[in-house]
Design a protein around this ligand. Structure first.
Ligand SMILES: [Zn+2]
Length: 172
């Protein structure tokens, strides 16, 4: 879990378009958000390891509701997958092609960046995810786990956007 805290971010520092958020702003604004969202944001922006662990527990309940594949997976395996998801969420990197903007200049035109599908986020390959989960790549592909993994990552991204909006409203 130590890796969760090593993002090279200084408290209060703006990095890669991430808003500068103070711990108290988050605590105040997130008190009405779901426990999962609260812990996700605390883990990502405050390097809170306790929250990372809480998020892993909360996330598994969400995963189980979202797909039978996750629900029927053994606890140890599902915990490893949830840990990989939280790790990926917390250490999200910017796309190398567009530097996180989601757009690239082609000639005189501005176009959506293809490698990241205009999300600005560095995409993680299915094999890298399989490795992070400790699941054989063949199993990962066979059970179409990457699609289901993507569903969860989308859900986390939406929760994060909602939380950040609510935090910036509170802070302004
Ligand atoms: Zn890109």
């Amino acid at each position: 879990m130590a890796r969760l805290t090593t993002k090279g971010l200084q408290p209060g520092m703006s990095f890669g378009g991430k808003p500068v958020i103070e711990r108290m702003d988050i605590a105040a604004a997130c008190s009405r958000l779901s426990p999962l969202t609260f812990h996700l944001v605390m883990a990502k922006y405050c390097d809170d390891v306790h929250s990372a662990l809480e998020a892993m527990t909360e996330l598994q309940a969400v995963m189980a509701k979202k797909s039978a594949v996750w629900a029927e997976m053994g606890v140890l395996k599902r915990t490893a997958v949830a840990a990989a998801m939280i790790q990926e969420f917390v250490s999200a990197r910017k796309c190398g092609s567009c530097k996180g903007t989601g757009q690239v200049k082609r000639g005189t035109k501005i176009e959506d960046c293809r490698p990241c599908s205009a999300t600005g986020a560095k995409t993680i390959s299915a094999s890298a995810r399989a490795r992070a989960c400790g699941i054989p790549e063949s199993t990962f592909r066979h059970q179409r786990l990457n699609e289901r993994y993507n569903d969860i990552m989308d859900l986390l991204a939406r929760a994060e956007i909602g939380a950040l909006e609510s935090i910036s409203r509170k802070a302004s």
